[in-house]
Design a protein around this ligand. Structure first.
Ligand code: 6GU
Length: 274
């Protein structure tokens, strides 16, 4: 998968070179390019913002540097886009990645690449969305700062991209960079091969719509706290049942709204399929 991020703080995204995603880039599973929006300005001061029409506090990001930067991204993503559209079976079940009424289809038949625009005014990012985005051959992220990006950039971008304004949750960050770090990590680890043991993707929080069960390691007794006896029993049926019970209890206590949409298959099912 090819990922492009445009930001006025490219250094903010440097940690994407570390750890699991760094290794995935070395292994050629993932390619992440960071672009400095100021490289697409043409004035001496490399200006990226201006005062808002209609007045009000703060500054708004000027449209032209964004168009130039995103045009560069389109150019650089072209090879990965072409490689990602030459075979069937690209789309995951339940995702809108094929078909005549596909919102992402272009007049020429080519799919539009996804452009994620981090914004507290976007739809909320979820594990489901992470799985959806992990199916894409390319992803682009446009990090806004200040009061936001001139809205016409999004209108223009829709001619070339499938534009998705996305929020991490109901709170405000100073810019999109931290949100992009979170989203790229959540999506990147779902790309096949990035996480060494794919089974660890199956048994984690949100994979079945429930929160994860608690985990323990040695010693079995520590500072007066004991590992639940059932986990030492060797009885795998009982252990599975206990873990599901813990998941349900935890989810009900911490995130009751999740129980509404939880995977029905997870209920009353002692062992989840791998
Ligand atoms: Cl994606 N961006 C910003 N600026 N603030 C946020 C957010 C995103 N998600 C939650 N708060």
């Amino acid at each position: 998968m090819r990922i492009d991020v445009v930001s006025i703080f490219p250094d903010y995204l440097a940690p994407l070179k570390l750890s699991l995603l760094g290794r995935a880039q070395e292994d050629g599973l993932l390619s992440i390019a960071i672009h400095d929006l100021r490289d697409f300005t043409s004035d001496r001061h490399r200006t990226v913002d201006d005062t808002p029409y209609g007045g009000g506090a703060g500054m708004v990001m000027k449209p032209e540097p964004w168009a130039l930067a995103l045009e560069r991204v389109l150019e650089e993503q072209r090879p990965a886009q072409d490689a990602g559209t030459d075979g069937p079976g690209e789309a995951a079940p339940g995702t809108a990645a094929s078909g005549a009424d596909d919102a992402a289809a272009q007049p020429g038949g080519r799919r539009r690449p996804v452009l994620v625009v981090p914004s507290p005014a976007g739809e909320v990012f979820t594990q489901r969305m992470a799985y959806e985005l992990a199916e894409e051959p390319t992803l682009a992220f446009a990090c806004g700062r200040y009061e936001g990006i001139d809205e016409r950039v999004l209108d223009w971008a829709r001619e070339h991209f499938e534009v998705r304004p996305v929020s991490l949750g109901d709170y405000v960050l100073n810019g999109g960079e931290v949100a992009v770090m979170a989203m790229v990590e959540a999506v990147g680890r779902l790309v096949p091969g990035v996480v060494g043991n794919p089974e660890s993707l199956i048994e984690e929080s949100h994979s079945d719509g429930l929160l994860e069960y608690p985990v323990y390691t040695k010693p079995s007794s520590w500072r007066g706290h004991d590992v639940p006896e059932v986990l030492l029993s060797g009885n795998h049926g009982r252990i599975s049942q206990w873990r599901l019970e813990q998941q349900l209890r935890r989810t009900a206590a911490r995130r009751p709204e999740l129980l509404e949409g939880a995977d029905a298959a997870a209920f009353g099912k002692p062992e989840r399929a791998v």
